[in-house]
Write a protein that binds this ligand. Structure first.
Ligand code: ATP
Ligand code: FE
Length: 370
């Protein structure tokens, strides 16, 4: 059977259909990047208007691509949190309207859980519950033990910025978007590409955040502020024009990637060692399987570093295919499939009027500090 997934938590209108074996029948994604780049960021009412204008046509394109009738869908999954409330509401209203018309269950999806479970769609045999997950995206940075949909135990999270957010702001400050090749790219992707151009990748060094803290939390504000300062100093030295980019931006990006990688590795190492402690032994005698997910998992340098670290502990690591690391409808539909698979008593909700943009299944409650 088929699950339709609707994602409108931020600036992408994504609708997809996935079957219970994890085969993607259709995946339609309408990005708003082009509009938001013009204003240097997302303006929530504008994002809402764009979702509204596009959601019906995105849905129709999705059905056409899948060559399915709406009656063939088993359930509708929709992101209910976290995200921009105005954007979330568009998806939720549309999902309610569909479920009412089709008399199908509405499955509320926590966006970060969907990022966390996505790799299972492509590696169902290798990735069993529980697994260790590093979620690094535009709004979050978390380490969690994932036991199933709605069942995550948080080991640590960012105290300030998310890494994707830091990449986006630093990319903007560097003015990478004025280079034609990066015009429509997000900051993270542009920085990854620019780092390949470095002639002296060791030119920039950043201090390791939270080096003395014995926990699994993250902090990216220091790296961000140090970046702003380093860029300003370089601009003064070279007399960069106000609409120009410093000449050694490749070196800078390489240093930045190294700093972010080191921090992510340092905290992930702590998480792995915690799981392996004799009095914890979260995964029995076996090393945990490590999943990295969220938009920052697109980054080959960062992922390679994390996978290398994990391998030293005997952990296997996985990430979703790149097209599924960033926001999309597939991960929402797949989370819906996971919910269907867990629902042995057939207790799925039809009382869709009570599902609001906070969702129903308690994420906050189940995501206690482990
Ligand atoms: P959240 O999932 O926390 O609500 P989001 O949905 O906005 O936030 P995602 O779509 O998961 O975030 O990821 C977007 C982020 O990923 C952006 O901040 C972007 O800079 C970052 N990103 C995308 N590609 C790369 C890359 N190649 N390297 C590093 N970062 C990247
Ligand atoms: Fe996301």
């Amino acid at each position: 059977s088929y699950v339709l997934g609707i994602e409108t938590s931020c600036d992408d209108t994504g609708i997809a259909i996935v079957d219970t074996a994890g085969r993607v029948r259709a995946n339609v994604l309408e990005s708003q990047q082009e509009f938001h780049t013009r204003y240097g960021g997302i303006i929530p009412p504008r994002a809402q208007d764009l979702h509204r204008a596009r959601i019906e046509s995105t849905y129709q394109r999705c059905l056409a691509e899948a060559q399915l009738q709406p009656e063939e869908l088993a359930a509708i999954a929709v992101t209910t949190r976290p995200g921009l409330p105005m954007s979330l509401l568009v998806g939720l209203r549309f999902a309610r309207h569909l479920t009412r018309r089709l008399q199908k269950p509405l499955l509320p999806v926590h966006h970060m859980e969907a990022h966390a479970l996505q790799a299972r769609m492509e590696h169902p045999k290798e990735i069993r519950f529980p697994f260790l997950c590093l979620l690094a995206s535009g709004g979050h940075c978390q380490l969690a033990v994932v036991h199933g949909p709605g069942r995550l135990a948080l080991l640590g999270q960012t105290l300030d910025d998310a890494p994707g957010e830091a990449f986006d702001k630093i990319g903007r400050r560097l003015r990478l978007h004025i280079l034609p090749e990066y015009r429509l790219w997000n900051g993270g992707r542009a920085i990854e590409h620019a780092a390949l151009l470095a002639s002296n990748p060791l030119a920039y060094e950043f201090p390791l955040p939270l080096a003395q803290q014995r926990n699994c939390n993250f902090s990216f504000a220091g790296i961000k502020n140090n970046s702003f300062r380093a860029i300003k100093t370089r601009e003064r030295e070279e007399l960069t024009p106000p609409d120009g980019v410093i000449s050694n931006y490749g070196d800078f990006c390489a240093g930045l990637l190294r700093a972010v990688s080191r921090h992510l590795m340092h905290r992930t190492q702590r998480a792995i060692e915690y799981c392996l402690l004799p009095n914890v032994r979260l995964f029995g005698d076996a090393p945990p399987t490590l999943i990295m997910s969220g938009g920052v998992a697109n980054n080959d340098v960062i992922y390679a570093n994390i996978a290398h670290l994990a391998a030293q502990y005997g952990c296997r690591s996985f990430r979703p295919s790149k097209r599924y690391c960033s926001d999309n409808g597939v991960m929402i539909a797949w989370h819906g499939v996971e919910q269907l698979m867990q629902d042995k008593e057939g207790s799925l909700r039809f009382d869709y009027d009570h599902i609001d943009i906070q969702g129903t299944a308690g994420f906050a409650e189940s995501h206690e500090e482990a």
